[in-house]
Design a protein around this ligand. Structure first.
Ligand code: SF4
Ligand code: SF4
Length: 351
């Protein structure tokens, strides 16, 4: 199972789609529970992946060090903005398997939303972490400024990221004209990316573009029971005050509380939203994002707009399945190379 462990509600940046630190009364900036209680829960899970989360997790390096010294997990990772990498020594970085770094693609796009000089710092630090043998994932936020094909191919060309993942800045942000942008830019870009993925596959190379790979994996190896991120059924988030939540974004929302580090927790038995139960894409999409479904900030119309985009992107990815099968039969790629579990990386698959 995936454990997203908040180290602090504090962040040193103020990216415009997020706004920076959490208020201390919602997500305290230090740990307010006994770490031994959490250790017990995590060490009872033989398939534990622990991802340090925040705020900016590296704003509390002392807790990360204490955790790595005391708690055993199958896999460790961190979701970081990539600017405070030097606060953890090489000795401790080497205990971490995976780093997800926030970057939106090309320099100007990244710096428009995340701040000046951020791009160069993140790229340099991604290269450093990769040189230590840590798997690196670019974690992009995609807005109306993004050209998805250009942003993704740019990040691939840098050769410092092993995998690429993105999320759309929709539903939890202020409403914008996503429909027009998707028609003119995003969906044509997705078609080009899927083509590129297929061309590389024909050469025997699997590009680790998670929104493509995660859907193919669901087709060949079995689909998702709920949001592919695992929210509430295969993934939990532990806040600094010891609450256990289904989704790490839902720090304000009571519906997300599954329990507490002291008293234990209960997973969701049926995480697929009602509205998705008859959807032909449910195994690949799992309702996309539990948080968006519950909060539904853009209302029914907004949901439909985003949903049409999700469905068209899924149709595009699924359209290559016959060719992918042929490539497997011809021995050009191995089926096992398409297997992907988003909860071992803390990614969401569906943008
Ligand atoms: S495509 Fe839409 S309706 Fe279908 S599973 Fe995903 S969110 Fe639900
Ligand atoms: S995809 Fe949605 S439900 Fe899953 S972690 Fe992200 S915000 Fe939460």
């Amino acid at each position: 199972m995936l454990w997203l462990v908040f180290t602090s509600g504090k962040c040193n940046l103020k990216c415009d789609y997020c706004g920076g630190s959490f208020p201390k009364n919602i997500v305290p900036w230090g740990i307010k529970y006994n770490i031994d209680k959490l250790k017990k829960l995590i060490e009872n899970d033989p398939e534990s992946t622990v991802i340090f989360y925040g705020g900016e997790p590296l704003s509390n390096p002392r807790f990360i060090i204490e955790f790595l010294d005391n708690v055993k997990a199958k896999r460790f990772g961190i979701q970081t903005n990539g600017t405070l990498v030097k606060l953890l020594s090489e000795e401790y970085w080497k205990k971490i398997n995976l780093a997800l770094l926030s970057i939106d693609g090309r320099k100007d796009i990244t710096e428009k939303h995340r701040g000046k000089h951020i791009y160069d710092i993140v790229i340099k630090n991604a290269g450093y972490l990769k040189s230590l043998g840590i798997e690196t994932i670019a974690r992009m936020t995609v807005t109306e400024d993004s050209d998805i094909y250009k942003e993704v191919t740019h990040l691939l060309s840098l050769e410092v990221f092993d995998k690429i993942h993105w999320q759309l800045n929709v539903i939890w942000s202020d409403k914008w004209n996503v429909e027009k942008w998707a028609k003119e830019s995003y969906l044509p870009g997705i078609r080009k990316l899927v083509n590129l993925f297929l061309e590389e596959l024909k050469r025997g190379k699997v590009l680790k573009i998670i929104p493509i790979l995660g859907v193919l994996s669901a087709y060949f190896f079995g689909g998702y029971k709920g949001s592919p991120c695992g929210a509430g059924y295969k993934s939990v988030s532990v806040t600094t005050d010891g609450r256990i939540l289904s989704c790490p974004i839902a720090v304000w929302e009571n519906w997300a509380v599954l329990g507490n580090v002291n008293s234990g927790f209960k997973l969701l038995e049926d995480p697929l939203p009602e509205i998705c139960k008859k959807c032909e894409f449910k195994e690949y999409c799992g309702g996309r994002c539990l948080y968006s479904m519950k909060e539904n900030y853009w209302g029914e119309e907004g949901f439909k707009e985003v949903d049409e985009i999700t469905k068209e992107y899924l149709r595009t990815v699924l359209s290559i399945i016959p060719t992918v099968k042929e490539l497997i039969e011809q021995g050009i790629i191995r089926l096992s190379d398409l297997k992907y579990d988003p909860t071992s990386d803390s990614t969401e698959v569906i943008p």
